[in-house]
Design a protein around this ligand. Structure first.
Ligand code: ASP
Ligand code: MG
Length: 454
């Protein structure tokens, strides 16, 4: 059974942390893993800054950024206290990547232009360096491990900045370049976020793309017939919680969630992981665990296609919402009325959120940052429109909620005297969603949490 372990930036943010990762991988036992590594914490942001200052011809700032980046990686390398040979080959790798970094920066300055292709070549450098350091630290800790350039295995299209994986080709390469090492008992280390276009040029999957890399590699191993145990996303939080602990101090860890529940919670701002990125793994039945590298004793949250158990899994809220009440002056909603209303939102590119309808009106919530002027103007041509700002959407997330008798009764019983502005007729069975005044939302959330979890 191969596990894929992905370590995010904070998990490899210093020499000490990289040594912790090496220890963690070495001591877990079992079959060798595929380790996918992000850039050190802050490095990708730093490269974005470097790219921009290069374009603006801020030469002094750019030079000092280049030096800082090189110093940080060199200092990290020193902190790993590797053998002489190992340290030398890492130093050569850092030199090479930094030379490339300087060339790209100079090119951007000369052209005063950032092409997406050049941008990707630059942003990839954090992962290319960091993954080499992790591989070296693993070897120093006594493990047999090899580093593989992610561009040799992750095949993508040429959509620089947000490349899409070619899953078939990636599987072919993983079979050729990764599987034999794993079979021979060697841990394989590679960089996340980075791939290669058909012409071999460097691509990136978009910010935060290392989770997607891990899922793609897990999927590729599965597709070429290796048994994949699970994918572990090692980060700096315990996992998915029953509520935001800043609002509900009694929040606790959710051990398992289904994929639709995780997606629902992510939509509500639980920034633990982006469900779309782990889709390739989940779709193949590979569980994805979120783990805290600062607290490896914590079991984390496991996301699967279908998690056991019915009932409420978590409660979530999203503030900063405005409701629009769109009424028909004729007091009855005519045929095609809803389509007409939604086409206005579409025309102005305003995404709609919670929707409720009655015989005489349609209520819609939108993000309060959306510009509503055009929407209101166009709607007013055929409807009566009123706005209610400063609202919050609250969602009770779980499985089989609508089919479980009494959930709604318990939800609204718990909410008690908090005024509910509207209740969604959401299409899924994974949530009961309603809208309250923004000021009432934290209290409503605490009451719900008490009802279902305390
Ligand atoms: N280093 C990249 C970023 O910061 C990718 C990742 O960490 O997932 O966006
Ligand atoms: Mg990162």
């Amino acid at each position: 059974m191969t596990d894929v372990l992905k370590f995010g930036g904070t998990s490899v943010g210093s020499a000490e942390r990289i040594l912790d990762v090496a220890r963690l991988v070495r001591t877990r036992g079992g079959d060798p893993c595929l380790v996918v590594v992000s850039a050190m914490a802050g490095v990708t942001d730093f490269l974005v800054g470097l790219r921009n200052s290069s374009k603006d011809k801020e030469r002094a700032a750019t030079e000092s950024k280049l030096d800082e980046l090189e110093d940080r990686h060199r200092a990290t390398l020193d902190g790993l206290v590797l053998s002489e040979g190992e340290a030398r080959s890492c130093a050569v790798a850092i030199d090479e990547e930094m030379r490339r970094c300087r060339e790209l920066s100079l090119g951007i300055s000369l052209l005063e232009e950032i092409s997406p292709r050049t941008s990707d070549a630059l942003l990839a450098i954090g992962e290319l360096i960091c993954s080499r350091l992790v591989a070296a630290a693993l070897r120093a800790s006594g493990g047999e491990s090899v580093w593989i350039d992610p561009r040799e295995i992750l095949a993508t299209n040429a959509s620089y900045g947000a490349a899409l994986a070619d899953e078939k080709e990636t599987a072919v390469r993983v079979a050729l370049r990764v599987a034999p090492h794993l079979a021979a008992g060697r841990t394989v280390v590679t960089g996340g976020f980075v791939g290669a276009a058909p012409d071999g040029s460097t691509t990136t999957l978009g910010r935060g793309g290392s989770d997607y890399s891990a899922a793609l590699f897990g999927a590729a191993l599965h597709d070429v017939g290796r048994a994949v145990g699970r994918i572990e996303i090692w980060t700096d939080v315990d996992g998915i919680l029953t509520a935001d602990p800043r609002i509900v101090p009694a929040a606790r860890l959710v051990p398992e969630v289904s994929y639709p529940e995780a997606a629902e919670l992510a939509f509500f701002g639980a920034k633990v992981l982006h469900p779309a990125t782990i889709r390739p793994a989940v779709a193949r039945g590979i569980p994805v665990a979120v783990r805290n590298s600062f607290r490896p004793e914590c079991p984390g949250t496991v996301v699967r296609q279908d998690a056991p158990g019915n009932g409420v899994r978590a409660v979530a809220m999203r503030r900063g919402v405005t409701a629009l009440f769109v009424g028909s002056p004729r007091m009855l909603l005519a045929h095609g009325y809803a389509a007409k209303v939604f086409s206005v939102f579409e025309k102005h590119g305003v995404p709609v959120d919670v929707i409720a309808t009655s015989e005489v009106s349609i209520s819609i919530t939108v993000d309060e940052k959306a510009s509503l002027e055009g929407v209101v103007r166009d709607l007013s041509e055929f409807a009566e429109v009123s706005l209610l700002p400063h609202l919050a959407v609250i969602s009770v997330v779980g499985k089989g909620l609508r089919s479980t008798a009494g959930v709604a009764v318990r939800v609204f019983g718990a909410v008690g005297d908090v005024n509910v502005v509207l209740i969604s007729q959401g299409a899924s069975d994974t949530n009961v969603t309603f809208v309250v005044d923004g000021n009432d939302a934290p209290e409503a959330l605490r009451r719900l949490h008490r009802e279902f979890f305390e």
